[in-house]
Design a protein around this ligand. Structure first.
Ligand SMILES: [Fe+2]
Ligand SMILES: [Fe+2]
Length: 185
Protein backbone atom coordinates (compact mmCIF):
# COMPACT_ATOMS: atom_id res chain seq x y z
CA UNK A 1 0.00 0.00 0.00
CA UNK A 2 1.14 3.57 -0.68
CA UNK A 3 2.54 5.49 2.25
CA UNK A 4 -0.43 7.86 2.39
CA UNK A 5 -2.93 5.00 2.28
CA UNK A 6 -0.93 3.25 5.00
CA UNK A 7 -1.31 6.35 7.17
CA UNK A 8 -5.08 6.42 6.59
CA UNK A 9 -5.23 2.70 7.40
CA UNK A 10 -3.41 3.25 10.69
CA UNK A 11 -5.80 6.08 11.58
CA UNK A 12 -8.81 3.94 10.69
CA UNK A 13 -7.73 0.89 12.70
CA UNK A 14 -8.88 2.03 16.17
CA UNK A 15 -12.36 2.69 14.75
CA UNK A 16 -12.51 -0.61 12.90
CA UNK A 17 -11.49 -2.46 16.06
CA UNK A 18 -14.47 -1.00 17.91
CA UNK A 19 -17.03 -2.64 15.65
CA UNK A 20 -18.21 -5.96 17.08
CA UNK A 21 -20.81 -7.31 14.64
CA UNK A 22 -17.96 -8.89 12.71
CA UNK A 23 -14.20 -8.45 12.39
CA UNK A 24 -14.09 -5.14 10.53
CA UNK A 25 -10.29 -5.12 10.39
CA UNK A 26 -10.27 -8.38 8.44
CA UNK A 27 -13.29 -7.32 6.39
CA UNK A 28 -11.75 -3.97 5.48
CA UNK A 29 -8.43 -5.58 4.49
CA UNK A 30 -10.48 -7.67 2.09
CA UNK A 31 -12.32 -4.66 0.68
CA UNK A 32 -9.00 -2.87 0.06
CA UNK A 33 -7.63 -5.97 -1.67
CA UNK A 34 -10.83 -6.28 -3.71
CA UNK A 35 -10.70 -2.61 -4.67
CA UNK A 36 -7.07 -2.93 -5.77
CA UNK A 37 -8.06 -5.89 -7.95
CA UNK A 38 -11.01 -3.99 -9.45
CA UNK A 39 -8.88 -0.96 -10.20
CA UNK A 40 -6.63 -3.17 -12.35
CA UNK A 41 -9.65 -3.97 -14.49
CA UNK A 42 -12.02 -1.02 -14.18
CA UNK A 43 -11.52 2.73 -14.50
CA UNK A 44 -11.49 4.62 -11.22
CA UNK A 45 -9.52 7.14 -9.20
CA UNK A 46 -7.27 5.34 -6.74
CA UNK A 47 -6.86 8.42 -4.52
CA UNK A 48 -10.60 8.41 -3.96
CA UNK A 49 -11.50 4.74 -4.04
CA UNK A 50 -8.75 3.26 -1.83
CA UNK A 51 -9.53 5.66 1.04
CA UNK A 52 -13.25 5.00 0.47
CA UNK A 53 -12.54 1.27 0.83
CA UNK A 54 -10.46 1.80 3.98
CA UNK A 55 -13.04 4.08 5.59
CA UNK A 56 -16.44 2.81 4.43
CA UNK A 57 -17.20 0.93 7.67
CA UNK A 58 -15.58 3.18 10.32
CA UNK A 59 -19.09 4.26 11.38
CA UNK A 60 -19.58 0.86 13.05
CA UNK A 61 -17.35 2.14 15.84
CA UNK A 62 -20.25 4.22 17.15
CA UNK A 63 -23.16 1.84 16.59
CA UNK A 64 -24.52 0.67 19.98
CA UNK A 65 -23.26 -2.82 20.81
CA UNK A 66 -26.75 -4.18 21.52
CA UNK A 67 -27.81 -3.22 17.98
CA UNK A 68 -24.71 -4.81 16.46
CA UNK A 69 -25.36 -8.05 18.31
CA UNK A 70 -29.14 -8.13 17.87
CA UNK A 71 -30.84 -10.83 15.81
CA UNK A 72 -33.91 -8.68 15.32
CA UNK A 73 -34.35 -7.62 11.69
CA UNK A 74 -35.37 -4.01 12.45
CA UNK A 75 -32.38 -3.65 14.80
CA UNK A 76 -30.14 -4.87 12.00
CA UNK A 77 -31.52 -2.27 9.62
CA UNK A 78 -31.15 0.42 12.26
CA UNK A 79 -27.52 -0.62 12.87
CA UNK A 80 -26.79 -0.44 9.14
CA UNK A 81 -28.36 3.02 8.92
CA UNK A 82 -26.35 4.24 11.89
CA UNK A 83 -23.01 3.01 10.52
CA UNK A 84 -23.64 5.26 7.50
CA UNK A 85 -24.86 8.16 9.62
CA UNK A 86 -21.71 8.18 11.80
CA UNK A 87 -19.28 7.75 8.92
CA UNK A 88 -18.92 11.32 7.56
CA UNK A 89 -17.66 12.88 10.77
CA UNK A 90 -15.10 10.15 11.39
CA UNK A 91 -13.92 10.13 7.78
CA UNK A 92 -13.52 13.88 7.81
CA UNK A 93 -11.47 13.70 10.98
CA UNK A 94 -9.20 10.92 9.72
CA UNK A 95 -8.60 12.44 6.29
CA UNK A 96 -8.10 15.85 7.84
CA UNK A 97 -5.30 14.37 9.95
CA UNK A 98 -3.82 12.80 6.82
CA UNK A 99 -3.91 16.27 5.17
CA UNK A 100 -6.25 15.16 2.43
CA UNK A 101 -7.67 17.64 -0.02
CA UNK A 102 -11.10 19.03 1.00
CA UNK A 103 -12.82 18.26 -2.29
CA UNK A 104 -11.49 14.70 -2.23
CA UNK A 105 -12.72 14.26 1.35
CA UNK A 106 -16.24 15.29 0.28
CA UNK A 107 -16.15 12.86 -2.60
CA UNK A 108 -14.88 9.98 -0.44
CA UNK A 109 -17.65 10.63 2.11
CA UNK A 110 -20.28 10.68 -0.62
CA UNK A 111 -19.09 7.31 -1.93
CA UNK A 112 -18.72 5.77 1.53
CA UNK A 113 -22.27 6.63 2.62
CA UNK A 114 -23.69 5.20 -0.59
CA UNK A 115 -22.59 1.60 -0.03
CA UNK A 116 -25.90 0.51 1.50
CA UNK A 117 -29.60 1.14 0.75
CA UNK A 118 -28.78 2.67 -2.62
CA UNK A 119 -28.60 1.68 -6.23
CA UNK A 120 -26.14 4.29 -7.49
CA UNK A 121 -25.52 5.02 -11.15
CA UNK A 122 -21.99 6.40 -10.61
CA UNK A 123 -19.30 3.85 -11.29
CA UNK A 124 -17.19 4.91 -8.26
CA UNK A 125 -20.08 4.09 -5.95
CA UNK A 126 -20.81 0.85 -7.74
CA UNK A 127 -17.15 -0.18 -7.43
CA UNK A 128 -17.22 0.20 -3.64
CA UNK A 129 -20.42 -1.82 -3.36
CA UNK A 130 -18.91 -4.54 -5.53
CA UNK A 131 -15.60 -4.55 -3.63
CA UNK A 132 -17.50 -4.75 -0.33
CA UNK A 133 -19.36 -7.88 -1.47
CA UNK A 134 -16.41 -9.51 -3.23
CA UNK A 135 -14.25 -9.17 -0.10
CA UNK A 136 -16.44 -11.49 1.94
CA UNK A 137 -15.86 -14.38 -0.47
CA UNK A 138 -12.07 -14.29 0.10
CA UNK A 139 -10.80 -17.08 2.33
CA UNK A 140 -9.81 -15.13 5.44
CA UNK A 141 -12.92 -12.94 5.30
CA UNK A 142 -15.28 -15.84 4.60
CA UNK A 143 -14.14 -17.84 7.64
CA UNK A 144 -14.01 -14.76 9.80
CA UNK A 145 -17.73 -14.27 9.06
CA UNK A 146 -18.43 -17.95 9.72
CA UNK A 147 -17.00 -17.38 13.18
CA UNK A 148 -18.61 -13.97 13.85
CA UNK A 149 -22.09 -15.00 12.77
CA UNK A 150 -21.89 -18.53 14.18
CA UNK A 151 -22.66 -20.01 10.76
CA UNK A 152 -21.49 -23.19 9.09
CA UNK A 153 -19.36 -22.59 5.97
CA UNK A 154 -22.24 -24.04 3.94
CA UNK A 155 -24.73 -21.54 5.35
CA UNK A 156 -22.37 -18.64 4.75
CA UNK A 157 -21.81 -19.93 1.22
CA UNK A 158 -25.56 -20.01 0.56
CA UNK A 159 -25.97 -16.53 2.02
CA UNK A 160 -23.09 -15.06 0.00
CA UNK A 161 -24.25 -16.77 -3.17
CA UNK A 162 -27.16 -14.29 -3.28
CA UNK A 163 -24.76 -11.33 -3.73
CA UNK A 164 -25.45 -9.17 -6.77
CA UNK A 165 -22.83 -7.20 -8.68
CA UNK A 166 -22.75 -4.20 -10.97
CA UNK A 167 -19.75 -5.20 -13.01
CA UNK A 168 -19.37 -8.49 -14.79
CA UNK A 169 -15.65 -8.68 -13.99
CA UNK A 170 -16.44 -8.67 -10.28
CA UNK A 171 -19.30 -11.10 -10.63
CA UNK A 172 -16.92 -13.55 -12.31
CA UNK A 173 -14.16 -13.04 -9.74
CA UNK A 174 -16.72 -13.57 -7.01
CA UNK A 175 -18.08 -16.75 -8.54
CA UNK A 176 -14.58 -18.25 -8.81
CA UNK A 177 -13.71 -17.28 -5.27
CA UNK A 178 -16.95 -18.59 -3.79
CA UNK A 179 -16.55 -21.83 -5.72
CA UNK A 180 -13.23 -22.33 -3.89
CA UNK A 181 -15.08 -21.93 -0.60
CA UNK A 182 -17.63 -24.53 -1.65
CA UNK A 183 -14.84 -27.00 -2.43
CA UNK A 184 -13.58 -26.55 1.12
CA UNK A 185 -16.64 -28.09 2.76
FE1 LIG B 1 -20.90 -1.21 5.62
FE1 LIG C 1 -18.15 -3.27 4.41
Amino acid sequence: MDKLFEEIWQLALPYLKRGVMKDFVIHTKGVIKAMELLLEKEKGNKDILIPAAILHDVGWSKVPLELQKSNDESDKVEALKLHLKYAPQIIEEILGKADYDKAKIERIIDIAISHKFQDPKESDKQLLIDADALADAFKEQFYSDVKSYGLTPEKNYKFRKKSKFYTRTVAELFKKELEKRREEF
